[in-house]
Design a protein around this ligand. Structure first.
Ligand SMILES: Cc1cc2nc3c(=O)[nH]c(=O)nc-3n(C[C@H](O)[C@H](O)[C@H](O)COP(=O)(O)OP(=O)(O)OC[C@H]3O[C@@H](n4cnc5c(N)ncnc54)[C@H](O)[C@@H]3O)c2cc1C
Length: 508
């Protein structure tokens, strides 16, 4: 594809399809965009947490929080808490914050103490003490300051994914999208092989659909890219063992406030998410079916949530973890679960959807040189590999001993990048130099690596080296007090902020 397409056919109306529709219509206003989705095949409907990139998505579209959040029972998110990933005393839980400029000042002593503790000095570098967002989560505040309205920090969201799809669908239709509800029955490909391209997509009632660009948003089915164009799928099974999930919604008691964090609690054979929305909690257990049956996983999740009611609605899901070798092939682009999936431990899937579409748009708009689609495919693959490495780090660094699952996870296959990075941390090498050297391959940046390593207590037993004038330890209570005072001064209660925004839509 060397020029902007005139006709775009998006196949699939999950969150990926509707995000794609809105971004294409925004960036290429002259294109005619059609979306075809099935009434019979549902959406996956469980992606309820985001990274801060979703804030950028809505900013690009010119949609304010006030406009979309009340329609989607959305709340704010400033990071993720990880309880029970480590057995090490004092490191049973840690918070992975979304960093913002406010964290620069209290963050510096964290890096300083982390470096000392890594060398064996007792320096208390547990990340929970050093970041403003960790304090915001403890105090259940919103990231929106009434007192300083121009303060614009990074934050993400929790939301009902079905309602987010509805919001984006209505917006796209209002802006002129052609919406077809029908089942795709056939994808016609011309010239199987290297130069294969899609001729048309055929649906039961509406017939053949031709387009300049076909966007595969058909979820794990990957009807166009994998089924029709036979693009190879690279499994991450050796790196990440989890392939299943079970989801259950529970009530939320708003009188207790809303913590602006996802909780990702390690259980016996995986981990359980808890996501606070305005009207309920979204919960689920991501596990490996090689180690536990779906019945046992459901039982363990119910016990974890304190559910005794046998009639509660339960959804079991299978996950295909890995990625396509190419995300763009001739006149087809794969977006969302159809292009691959990494388990949702850091809630990165929609970030990848957005990244893929935005990179694709800028690739098409570039001059046609230097094999620009190879560059595009490599970029998306690097993004997926970089996310995977950070997720794998959670497993290989775990120190649980209660099941074979966790013991085996410590030996999960690591990429060369992750191997080098952890070797630099564990050995005498210069970790900062290694972070710089691997910069092109890492999606997660320096703060996230320090947070996971220190948060899981992954450092030598302290007191090997005594603190000296040169190795002076920073008093962590100063950072904690600084963050506490700042949050008291700047950020209001989360529920109050949401109530003000939702007005009569607030669940009573
Ligand atoms: C357990 C779990 C937890 C997750 N948590 C998160 C999270 O916290 N954060 C996050 O960002 N992501 C998360 N995700 C991922 C997220 O749910 C998806 O990335 C997101 O919902 C996009 O899905 P999709 O649109 O690609 O696919 P789907 O939602 O599966 O949509 C597929 C669409 O294709 C259509 N379709 C399929 N076949 C046909 C056909 N023959 N004819 C016509 N239409 C067809 C369907 O009707 C549907 O509209 C999670 C995923 C799982 C499995």
């Amino acid at each position: 594809m060397n020029t902007r397409p005139n006709d775009i056919l998006i196949c699939g109306g999950g969150t990926a399809g509707w995000m794609a529709a809105n971004l294409f219509m925004h960036n290429w206003p002259d294109a005619s965009v059609t979306l075809i989705e099935s009434d019979n095949i549902g959406i996956i409907g469980v992606g309820e947490g985001s990274t801060p990139s979703l804030k950028q998505f809505f900013k690009t579209l010119g949609v304010s929080d006030q406009e979309w959040m009340p329609q989607c029972n959305a709340t704010y998110k400033v990071g993720i808490r990880f309880p029970n990933w480590s057995d090490k005393q004092g490191y049973e839980s840690y918070f992975h914050p979304f960093f913002s400029e406010l964290d620069i000042k209290p963050g510096e002593p964290f890096f300083h103490n982390s470096k000392l503790q890594r060398k064996g000095v007792q320096a208390n570098a547990h990340p929970d003490h050093y970041f403003v967002t960790a304090q915001m989560a403890r105090q259940k505040t919103s990231p929106i300051s009434n007192k300083y309205p121009n303060l614009d920090i990074d934050y993400g969201y929790h939301f009902d994914s079905g309602l987010l799809g509805e919001f984006l669908k209505n917006r796209a239709i209002k802006n002129g999208l052609n919406h077809i509800i029908d089942d795709i029955s056939h994808v016609e490909v011309d010239q199987q092989g290297l130069d294969a391209f899609i001729k048309y997509v055929e649906a039961n009632n509406s017939g053949k659909h031709k387009a300049d660009l076909f966007v595969d948003c058909t979820g794990f089915k990957s009807l166009l890219m994998q089924n029709a164009l036979k693009v190879e799928f690279k499994h991450y099974k050796e790196n990440l063992f989890n392939d299943s999930a079970v989801a259950i919604a529970t009530d939320i008691d708003l009188s207790e406030g809303i913590t602006p964090e996802t909780r990702s609690t390690a259980l016996k054979y995986g981990w359980a998410w808890q996501i606070p929305l305005a009207n309920r909690y979204g919960n689920g257990y991501v596990y490996s079916s090689d180690y536990v049956s779906s019945e046992e996983a459901e039982k363990e999740l119910k016990e974890h949530l304190g559910i005794t009611d046998d009639n509660v609605k339960v959804r079991h899901l299978k996950m295909k973890v890995g990625r396509l070798q190419q995300h763009s092939v001739s006149n087809c682009l794969a977006v969302g679960l159809s292009q691959g999936f990494i388990e949702p431990l850091e809630a990165t899937a929609l970030m990848l959807v957005q990244y893929t579409i935005e990179q694709y748009i800028s690739t098409v708009d570039q001059p046609n040189e230097n094999d620009k689609y190879t560059v595009f495919n490599n970029k998306v693959n690097n993004m997926m590999e970089g996310i995977r490495d950070y997720i794998v780090a959670h497993y290989v660094l775990n120190s649980r001993n209660d099941t074979d699952y966790w013991r085996d996870c410590r030996n999960a296959k690591k990429s060369e990048t992750l191997t080098e990075l952890l070797a630099a941390w564990n050995g005498d090498g210069n970790f900062e130099d290694m972070l710089n050297r691997l910069d092109n391959y890492l999606v997660y940046l320096r703060p996230s690596w320090y947070v996971i390593l220190m948060g899981m207590g992954h450092f030598p037993t302290p007191n090997i080296i005594q603190p000296t004038e040169l190795n002076k330890v920073f008093d962590y209570t100063k950072s904690r007090n600084y963050c506490g005072q700042l949050v008291d001064d700047v950020f209001p209660d989360h529920v109050s902020t949401l109530k003000g925004m939702y007005k009569d839509k607030w669940p009573s």
